[in-house]
Design a protein around this ligand. Structure first.
Ligand code: ZN
Length: 363
């Protein structure tokens, strides 16, 4: 995992001057760029490849002056203005699970861009706003039958533990010498594996988080894992499943916005990540459905990440949740980045597995 080279790269990348926003950045030759778009409390990950692009989740926060759909739309517009070679086309739109902080911007994205394929876990959400958003998405898909759709369930996963492959998931062929590989390690569980009840006497099986589509992307020697909002019981089953062998990655997109229930020691031990990225809003923005309300990211998760993430970051002090609506200054000196701390985070990985920070298309 090239840890030796990352010490230097981590500090150099932090000190690098931002790219000139007036001019387009060069089209990456053999680089995968992961854009963790600042959508507040929520998730939207744009995967930029030399010959294509994929959006995993299109969610975010909406309250007061902050509107994640505007942020997402502005970011995608700037991205496609630079990557004119992609002709406003997202090859894949994947929704990990149907919660509003992951799907709010799905319909506007489908309406604004050419989408090559749609992937989700097939669930109809309970949350009213998410249900309305997903009804609109499915109506759009019904009206556009040329867009292929793929529903991922755990029954579809290969018995040998290899990631699930499908042309709708991975339409990317060899391009400039690299064949990106997109595979799935988890999805909707059709039957309750015996997950029991949570602290509020609700069946954990009924929590859409536990049915999140878990995606692994390999780009040459670089790899990333996105677990959506998968929680402890499902993570336990994932880590003890044959797919555990496919969990070893370089970059961990931290589950459930850094909640205490979205990351486990066993998962981290299976991944051995060099870098980690959290997607949440800033602690300073108060209100319903914010990172402040949830206390994200939570201190025990940051402590676990600090133990396991192997690359350094120039030390910084950020607010970490010690409970709901309660935060404490915490020194971060590992390669842990977060949209709630840093704004939009871009991580570049080349085919040799070298990882560094990149420049966002919108600051
Ligand atoms: Zn979420």
């Amino acid at each position: 995992m090239l840890h030796a080279g990352l010490l230097l790269l981590g500090t150099v990348a932090m000190a690098a001057a931002p790219a000139d926003p007036s001019g387009p950045l060069p089209t990456p030759a053999d680089v995968m760029r992961l854009h963790f778009i600042d959508v507040g409390q929520g998730a939207a990950t744009l995967v930029e490849l030399p010959c294509g692009a994929m959006l995993i989740d299109a969610g975010g926060e909406d309250g007061g002056e902050f509107h994640s759909n505007d942020r997402l739309a502005a970011y995608l517009a700037a991205f496609f203005a630079r990557r004119t070679d992609l002709s406003n086309r997202l090859d894949v739109l994947l929704l990990t699970h149907p919660h509003i902080d992951h799907v709010r911007g799905a319909l506007p994205t489908l309406e604004a861009y050419t989408v090559g394929a749609f992937v989700d876990n097939g669930q109809t959400p309970v949350q009213e706003d998410a249900a309305l958003a997903m009804v609109a998405v499915r109506a759009w898909l019904d009206a556009h039958p040329t867009v292929p759709t793929l529903v991922v369930t755990t029954d579809d996963l290969p018995a040998d533990g290899a990631p699930l492959r499908h042309p709708s998931l991975d339409p990317f062929g060899v391009c400039r010498g690299v064949d990106p590989a997109v595979g799935v390690l988890w999805g909707h569980a059709p039957h309750d594996p015996g997950w029991g009840e949570d602290d509020y006497n609700k069946a954990r099986y009924d929590n859409e988080n536990n049915h999140s589509v878990v995606t692994r992307i390999d780009f040459g020697a670089a790899s990333v894992l996105i677990t959506g909002d998968l929680e402890e019981v499902a993570i336990r089953d994932l880590v003890s499943s044959p797919a555990a062998a496919a969990l070893d990655v370089d970059i961990y997109v931290v589950g459930h916005h850094g909640s205490h229930n979205g990351t486990t020691r066993d998962l981290l031990a299976a991944m051995t990540p060099a870098w980690a990225v959290l997607q949440m809003g800033p602690a300073a923005r108060h209100g319903a459905w914010t990172a402040w309300q949830y206390g994200h990211p939570r201190q025990p998760t940051i402590a676990l990440l600090a133990e396991e993430v192997s690359s350094p970051r120039e030390p910084v002090t950020h607010l970490v949740g010690i409970g709901v609506k309660r935060f404490a200054d915490t020194i971060i000196d590992d390669a842990i980045y977060a949209t709630g701390w840093d704004g939009t985070v871009v991580i570049e990985a080349d085919a040799a597995g070298i990882i560094r920070l990149g420049a966002p298309d919108v600051r």
